[in-house]
Write a new protein. Sequence first.
Length: 261
Amino acid sequence: MIMTIDVGNTNITVGIFRDDDVKASFRLTTKMARTSDEYGMLLTNLLERNQIPCSDIIDVIIASVVPNVMHSLEGAIVKYFSIKPIIVESGVKTGIRVVTENPKQIGADRIVDAAAAYGIYGGPVLVLDFGTATTYDLVDESGAFVSGVTAPGIRISAKALWEDAAKLPEIEILKPKSILAKETITSMQAGLVYGQIGQTEYIVRHMIEESGMEHVKVIATGGLGRIIASETDVIDVYDPSLTLKGMNLIYKKQNRKSGKI
């Protein structure tokens, strides 16, 4: 089995694959300093709780946008699994060509999402990831990553509201029954959710229009993507496991049977 690890700004998401099947997945908090032993114990315990022997893990692939956790995390994989992990970075085969002005500025998570969407759904495809930031990435019919838009995520916007406006409370992010809010909490929820829906529709339509591409599939992922995808017709598919699937696809392109050392 293959372990895929997506290190995001908020969460570390782990997926366990046998071929194309996700046998288990779990999340850890990113914003917490951990040693390699702490990562090792967390990962081995979570595998055991999912009835997966650590010895069944033959390889590991990691995509990270948080450099300061990598030393401990890589150390944990080497120490507890005897595996030298593949890191998604320049030089790793992904199936995606980045043709933007500075390809090295494109985060590993965005490359992985693009590889997954293109590999599973074909191109041209527009990939939306509703994470810490909301990203919109366009891949053409040939598999070239041609453009990307980055916007504040819903949680970032919510945090700005309750941290920078003294009288606004911390709230749960969900869609209220009506946009015609009559008190503070639902007015904030309406602004956050309907605002994100409006932003999504505007950006998607203009990216497709300005690209001149036809029949662009729009694929969404990310924790809060389900809320948005269910409220707009510009999103064709919501795939919550897109990033993990992308890492599994990229792993298969590396032509190695095991990372055991």
